[in-house]
Design a binder for this molecule. Structure first.
Ligand code: PEP
Length: 244
């Protein structure tokens, strides 16, 4: 079976103005030939400018969400063809902040993934349990249901990355134990429709914990929020992934 190429994706969330673009420039410049895939997902307002400064570099551009429709009367939303037109090659769908803030369901996430594929984008499909779901012993049931509901038929290594992101670990500085990550990743890996689909961990990954997380079986990389905003924080994570 071909080896899965590792991937580090940075989710800037609702952060970043024009003067933040220097961080993306530094990430691209510091690592002209990375041994892993690197994707930066800035807010939509920065996509076109980031595309220009990443041109010719090894760093790919991604969106943070897309609408399931190609276009139409959806004020404030962005379609997958628009992201592709702005230079994106990937899009995050089903992030827990979208599921919570906007009430997105697994069915909608799957429709967004299909819209992404139709526009030629790879979908980074996020799932993960809340703290109360973990505390009540339901983690594996929850992620199994999310996986079934959020991955459309046709999900394959060329169009999909799955991100396991425990909601309680996102932006909190808390991470599951290596055993907990290994347990969920092993469980999900066995249920992926294509063994080549990359399965990344997300939730408070930083320079200090990255190497330990990347040493866990079935972890093919990371989706990184806060620590992707600055090259000085993100590049040690990329380097740890290259060494893993
Ligand atoms: C995320 O936004 O997907 C994320 C994992 O955030 P953080 O790394 O800040 O926990």
């Amino acid at each position: 079976m071909p080896q899965r190429r590792k991937i580090a994706a940075g989710n800037w969330k609702m952060n970043g103005l024009a003067d933040s673009l220097g961080e993306a420039r530094a990430i691209a410049a510091q690592h002209p030939a990375p041994g892993v895939d690197i994707v930066l997902c800035p807010p939509a307002t920065l996509l076109a400018r980031m595309r220009d400064l990443l041109a010719g570099s090894a760093v790919d551009l991604g969106g943070q969400d897309c609408h399931m429709a190609e276009g139409g009367a959806h004020t404030g939303d962005i379609s997958a063809p628009m992201l592709a037109d702005a230079g994106a090659r990937h899009v995050i769908v089903g992030h827990s902040e979208r599921r919570t803030d906007h009430g997105e369901t697994d069915t909608q996430v799957a429709a967004k993934a299909q819209a992404a594929w139709a526009a030629g984008l790879g979908a980074i499909i996020c799932l993960g349990e809340t703290l109360s779901e973990r505390d009540s012993g339901r983690t594996l049931d929850v992620v199994a249901a999310q996986l079934t509901g959020s991955l459309p038929p046709g999900a394959a290594s060329g169009n999909t990355v799955v991100a396991y992101e425990p909601v309680w670990a996102i932006g909190t500085g808390r991470t599951p134990t290596p055993e907990e990550i290994a347990s969920v990743h092993g469980f999900l890996r066995a249920r992926l429709p294509d063994p080549g689909i990359r399965l990344v961990y997300g939730g408070s990954v930083n320079a200090a914990n990255a190497a330990a997380i990347f040493a866990i079986a079935d972890v093919d990389g990371a989706l990184v929020g806060g620590a992707s905003l600055r090259a000085a924080d993100f590049m040690p994570i990329v380097q740890a992934l290259e060494r893993a």
